[in-house]
Design a protein around this ligand. Structure first.
Ligand code: F6R
Length: 626
């Protein structure tokens, strides 16, 4: 769907973007596909809502209706639900970069308008494929990565292949993550769908077959579902669904299963709350965040390498991502950056801001008033503004000279979870890019971090699959405590602060967080018999010192709950409760993994206390007041 994850205002033309989206397709025995797709897309709107489109095939011709804007607005303007035909595809888009536009909205078509495609995901080798296709005479109408799929299929159709084989061969050429649905004018009875690392499900019924990013899209029509696996295709006709392996073309057999969920539950994919769903999405959302293209990180790194002063400005969880990133900027790139909360920035640092200043603002929503007023104040003083946001088209992205999308997709839970780990992933990639630009990163260090980036989704999955029960049992034991303290050292101070924020905002408890070394300068007076102190204690360069802090707390009767590596001996021996995370995580990446148990802890404690973790009292997802 996208073409880049960043846009440089003033330097790169508009229209380049990453997206998180919803796709839907249907092949009906009777009736028109337009209203069916419209209904599916309405139910997928939570996946994105900045552009929408549908395409169908009638009398050997493909018709496309699409535009930027919310689905209801586009419906009013184009009557997409009026699309005729029994076979069609639809798309609702979440751009994580760049202004939404008509040309970049899906579906996309080939030169001859014989193929239309909708896409969710990121095609990493689109640039190279586009050049090859352009050399063969293909003409592109958009700047998205998605459009190359239509042209690639067209290229294979020209060699005489049928639609299904043309799609299969095209799919073997793609790298990245994608869920695709395609229609073809010359084979108007079918939809072909492809899945690799982006969700795609098939619904079967006696009156027609469906395919979508998520079950709620078609759940009101059928509860008979087939889950597509990676590297599989589905060929949908009105009375059949055929599954095919992409690499071999071999046909697969898989029976549908019955989904018992209500639409409400299905939206949460079976999880009781959006927060838990979003915690579990992190292997994927971190992987997507890490797909930020090097060229754009490099542009940001250029601005930073020329700056005399660099401030990281954000609020709440985004500020904690900046705190952890500060460690990475100093240790990897050997660059001093000052993390400052948005509400304090101009009062405390405004006098220092000038044309040699870079302000890197981080905001999931891109609309947080305190962050934006800091950005505006800095802009007025001539600073260069860099932005990292989950919401393309937001005010932050519009105020930024350079911005990068964090590619998390919409976050419904008020408490930030997947957006924290995604922001930090992007920030650490940026620190690596800056270190490379300054030519100061050691080869071995670079290799360790690159390998760590590759492992992050697995490490997160491992914690989710092995430590959840342990976290729940600790919650049970400590659910009556009136306060908790979170301690860490080095980069883990950010983990401790973020763990505390999650707990206090969801459980309404006055929790405390400190750099562990600072705890003896005051906090220690609070500790008494049974007081729970939670340590984030990776085996990094601060490990021997954190053992001392654990002993100080223990000596005063604290109950020690520690999050440690699998290989840990010392801290775990001193602990009353231990949560284990995989070993071998580079220090720089540790908060992205160590925060997982703390997110789960806050979630289960809130549920245990009878609170709704998705809607904590007095809090809003986007804080647009000062
Ligand atoms: C905490 C939380 C808030 C936000 C803060 C900044 O779970 O969600 O602390 O992190 O309001 O929001 P953004 O990142 O949208 O600027």
């Amino acid at each position: 769907m996208l073409i880049t994850s960043v846009r440089i205002r003033r330097r790169i033309p508009a229209g380049e973007m990453f997206q998180m989206c919803g796709i839907a397709a249907s092949v009906l025995k009777n009736g028109e596909v337009g209203p069916v797709l419209y209904d599916c897309l309405k139910r997928l709107e939570y996946r994105g809502y900045d552009s929408v489109g549908e395409a169908s095939v009638v009398d050997g011709k493909i018709t496309v209706k699409k535009d930027k804007g919310k689905i209801e607005d586009v419906e009013r303007e184009l009557r997409i639900s009026g699309l005729k035909g029994r076979v069609g595809i639809g798309h609702t888009r979440w751009a994580t970069h760049g202004a939404p536009s008509q040309e970049n909205a899906h579906p996309h078509t080939d030169c001859a308008n014989t193929v239309a495609v909708v896409h969710n995901g990121i095609i990493e080798n689109f640039m190279q494929l586009r050049q090859e296709l352009e050399a063969k005479g293909h003409r592109f109408k958009s700047r998205t990565d998605t459009e190359i799929v239509a042209h690639l299929v067209e290229e294979h159709l020209r060699t005489g292949k049928g639609f299904v084989e043309a799609v299969r061969f095209a799919a073997t050429k793609l790298t990245g993550a994608y869920a695709l649905a395609l229609i073809c004018a010359s084979e108007p009875d079918k939809v072909v769908c492809v899945r690799k690392e982006s969700p795609l499900v098939v619904g079967t019924s006696p009156t027609g077959n469906y395919c979508a990013s998520d079950i709620p899209a078609f759940l009101s029509r059928t509860n008979q579902v087939i889950l597509l696996e990676d590297d599989e295709m589905a060929v949908l006709t009105a009375d059949n669904v055929k599954l095919v392996r992409i690499d071999s073309g071999e046909e697969l057999r898989r029976e549908p299963f019955k989904v018992e969920w209500s639409v409400e539950t299905a939206l949460k994919t079976g999880f009781p709350h959006f927060m838990l769903k979003e915690i579990h999405e992190q292997p994927l959302s971190v992987r997507n965040a890490l797909r930020t293209q090097a060229i754009y990180l490099d542009l940001m790194a250029s601005a930073m390498s020329k700056a005399k002063k660099i401030f990281l400005v954000a609020c709440g969880t985004s500020h904690h991502a900046c705190l952890a990133a500060t460690y990475a900027f100093s240790n990897l790139a050997k660059v001093a950056v000052a993390p400052v909360v948005g509400s304090e920035f101009i009062d405390s640092y405004g006098a220092l801001v000038d044309q040699e200043t870079v302000v890197l603002a981080v905001s999931q929503s891109g609309e947080t008033a305190d962050t934006l007023s800091a950005v505006r104040g800095a802009k007025d003083r001539g600073a260069t503004i860099l932005g990292i946001s989950n919401t393309m088209g937001s005010t932050l992205t519009r105020l930024s000279d350079v911005y990068i999308g964090q590619n998390s997709g919409p976050e419904m839970g008020v408490a930030a979870t997947k957006t924290f780990t995604a922001q930090l992933s992007v920030l650490i990639k940026l620190a690596v890019a800056l270190a490379r630009k300054r030519d100061i990163i050691r080869k071995s260090q670079l290799e360790e971090i690159e390998a760590g980036f590759g492992q992050l989704p697995n490490w997160i999955s491992m914690i989710l699959s092995t430590q959840q029960e342990q976290v729940k049992s600790i919650v049970e034991k400590y659910s009556d405590r009136s306060s908790f303290c979170f301690l860490g050292r080095g980069i883990s101070v950010a983990t401790a602060l973020e763990g505390r924020l999650k707990l206090l905002e969801l459980s309404y408890l006055p929790a405390i967080a400190y750099p562990a070394g600072e705890s003896k300068h005051g906090f220690i007076s609070v500790v008494e018999e049974g007081y729970p102190v939670i340590f984030a204690a990776p085996k990094d360069e601060s490990y021997s010192r954190i053992i001392g802090n654990v002993m100080e707390m223990k000596a005063r009767g604290a109950r020690i709950i520690s999050i440690v590596g699998e290989e840990d001996d010392d801290v775990s021996k001193l602990s009353d409760e231990t949560i284990r995370v995989p070993s071998g995580i580079p220090t720089m990446l540790s908060p992205i993994v160590y925060i997982l148990p703390l997110q789960l802890f806050a979630y289960y404690l809130a549920v245990r206390k009878g609170y709704d973790p998705d809607f904590p009292r007095n809090l809003a997802k986007s804080v647009t007041v000062h």
